[in-house]
Write a protein that binds this ligand. Structure first.
Ligand code: FPP
Length: 242
């Protein structure tokens, strides 16, 4: 069956705005992150229902260690809570979970929870949910180069294709659509290598409020974009201008 090109194959999301969502309700920031996990579970299923094959979210960046200690430990603990609360459901829903990021320097209990989530869902094929944790675009380029050098690649063997094979996201095609919630208009070091030709959509919606309608609005914006990958437009002048 031919794929519907107006639907992205891979969507990447920066789930921003959890802290502000909690603040608006006079709650500690942690409650925003907790609500964010519930939103994520709904969005994973909505993406799968729309035929999206890969969803990648930024859950904890290499730079998030700069946050207050209690928020950092809260986010680490939230992964354990999320695995306990949702792993069985996600496994049943056909979701394959892949964790991308630097596994050194995260607590042992977290590493074990990730391994459990990956093992329990390894056979699933409905949608691949990658969770970027202790991860960042620059970290990924550096770790890929280090591995290539350690493998003995000669300078002329270092190409876009060979380096892509060392990237943490090598299991997925590049994202077609990049969404950032929460009103900021930046990439914040998320998947730098892979978003080279992604369509970018920014929304003021705070992540815990990002529902199926908000996802569908972003998908409609994507469907209206003309992707050229550096080439010239193939549309007639009237259709491509304005
Ligand atoms: C940004 O909001 C959000 C984060 C740094 C964390 C997002 C993490 C989750 C939703 C939990 C993920 C957990 C699993 C298990 C996938 P912010 O804190 O920067 O919000 P603000 O800009 O309003 O302060």
């Amino acid at each position: 069956m031919k794929r519907d090109l107006s639907v992205p194959r891979h969507v990447a999301i920066v789930m921003d705005g959890n802290g502000r969502w909690a603040k608006k309700r006079y709650l500690p920031r942690f409650f925003g992150h907790k609500a964010g996990v519930d939103t994520l579970v709904k969005v994973i299923n909505a993406c799968a229902d729309h035929g999206i094959e890969y969803l990648t979210v930024f859950a904890f960046s290499s730079e998030n260690w700069k946050r207050p200690e209690d928020e950092v430990s809260g986010l680490m603990g939230l992964v354990l809570v999320a695995v306990t609360k949702y792993l069985a459901k996600l496994a049943r829903d056909g979701v394959k979970i892949v964790i991308v990021g630097d596994r050194n320097s995260v607590p042992d209990r977290l590493r074990a929870a990730w391994a459990e989530a990956e093992q329990a869902t390894a056979h699933n094929t409905r949608i691949t949910q990658s969770v970027a944790f202790n991860s960042g675009g620059r970290w990924d380029v550096v770790q890929a180069c280090r591995q290539a050098v350690a493998d003995g690649l000669k300078p002329e063997q270092i190409t876009e294709a060979s380096l892509s094979g060392y990237m943490a996201m090598r299991h997925a095609p590049d994202p077609d659509l990049f969404i950032r919630t929460g009103g900021e208009v930046r990439i914040s070091n998320f998947l730098l290598w892979q978003v080279a030709y992604s369509e970018l959509v920014f929304t003021d919606c705070l992540w815990p409020d990002f529902d199926v309608a908000a996802l569908e609005a972003a998908l409609a914006v994507y469907a209206g974009r003309e992707r050229r990958f550096g080439a010239v437009s193939t549309l007639p002048f009237e259709a491509s201008s304005g």
